[in-house]
Design a protein around this ligand. Structure first.
Ligand code: CDP
Length: 228
C-alpha cells in the first residue's frame, strides 16, 4: 500500500503552506513543511559563520544538526515550531538572509540526502501526512496517493509574500521581493538534483485569481476521490 501522503509542490509563495495546512486540518492529517528543514540548515550555517559556498561544511552541518519540526509551542501566528539542536529558530527562518541563501544550500546533493531521509521517516507513523515542498511528488514520495502542483505568476506570488510580510508588521519592498522570488525559482528549477518541477502524474492548479478557500476545496475534493 503506498504511503498515506498528499504531496504539494510548487514555486516560492505559491500558497503551499496555507493550502497544505488547511487541507491537513480538514482531513485530520499531519501537516509537514519540508522548506522549514532547508531553511533550518541555512540558518544554522549563517549563525555559525559557515560559508554557504563551502559545500562539504554545509553538508556536514545538515548531517549533524538535529532539526525538529513540532506543533506550535507559542501562540504567535506560527504554523509550527522549528528547533535546531533544541533552540527555537522558527521566526529566524523567514529572514531575508535565509531567503537569499536557502536555494544554494538546497542544491547540495548531500544536504538533500540527509533531509530526504528524515522526511520519509515522518510518514512511517501510519498517520496521513500533507507534505509540502519542491520535490515531494518527484523524489521524496513518488508513490504519494495524491500529488498537487500549485502554481501562480511571479507577480501574484510576490504580491502574496508582500502582504504576508506587511501583516506581520515587517517592512517590505515589492520589487525586491519579486526579484528574490524569481531568483530562488530559477535556482530551484535549474539544479541538477531534485529540481523543482511537477511530477508527470501531479494535478497542476494555477492559483492566479483564485481565493485560498477555492483552492483548498479543490484539493480536498481530489483527496476524497483519490483516498476513498
Ligand atoms: O515558503 P516558500 O515557498 O517561499 O519557501 P519554502 O517552501 O520554505 O522553501 C525554501 C527553499 O527551500 C526553496 O526555495 C528551495 O530552495 C528549498 N526547498 C527544497 O529544495 N526542497 C523542498 N522540498 C522544500 C524546499
Amino acid at each position: 500500500m503506498p504511503p498515506l501522503v498528499i504531496a504539494i509542490d510548487g514555486p516560492a509563495a505559491s500558497g503551499k503552506s496555507t493550502v497544505g495546512e488547511a487541507v491537513a486540518r480538514e482531513l485530520n492529517y499531519l501537516y509537514f513543511d519540508t522548506g522549514a528543514m532547508y531553511r533550518a540548515v541555512t540558518q544554522a550555517a549563517l549563525a555559525r559563520g559557515i560559508p554557504i559556498d563551502d559545500e562539504a561544511a554545509v553538508t556536514a552541518l545538515a548531517e549533524q544538526t538535529h532539526i525538529d519540526v513540532i506543533p506550535p509551542t507559542v501562540d504567535d501566528g506560527r504554523q509550527y515550531t522549528v528547533l535546531v539542536d533544541d533552540e527555537d529558530v522558527t521566526w529566524q527562518l523567514r529572514s531575508p538572509e535565509v531567503d537569499a541563501h536557502v536555494s544554494r544550500v538546497s542544491a547540495y546533493p548531500g544536504v538533500r540526502t540527509a533531509l530526504t531521509q528524515q522526511q520519509r521517516r515522518v510518514a512511517q507513523s501510519g498517520r496521513g501526512v500533507v507534505m509540502v515542498g519542491r520535490d515531494i511528488g518527484t523524489v521524496v514520495f513518488p508513490e504519494a496517493r495524491l500529488k498537487i502542483y500549485l502554481d501562480a505568476s511571479p507577480e501574484e506570488r510576490a504580491r502574496r509574500r508582500y502582504e504576508e510580510l506587511r501583516q506581520r508588521g515587517r517592512s517590505a519592498d515589492y520589487e525586491q521581493i519579486l526579484a528574490a522570488v524569481r531568483e530562488r525559482d530559477a535556482v530551484d528549477r535549474s539544479r541538477a538534483t531534485a529540481p523543482l518541477r511537477a511530477a508527470p502524474d501531479a494535478i497542476v492548479i494555477d492559483t492566479d485569481g483564485k481565493r485560498v478557500d477555492e483552492v483548498v476545496a479543490e484539493v480536498i475534493n481530489l483527496a476524497r476521490e483519490r483516498l476513498a
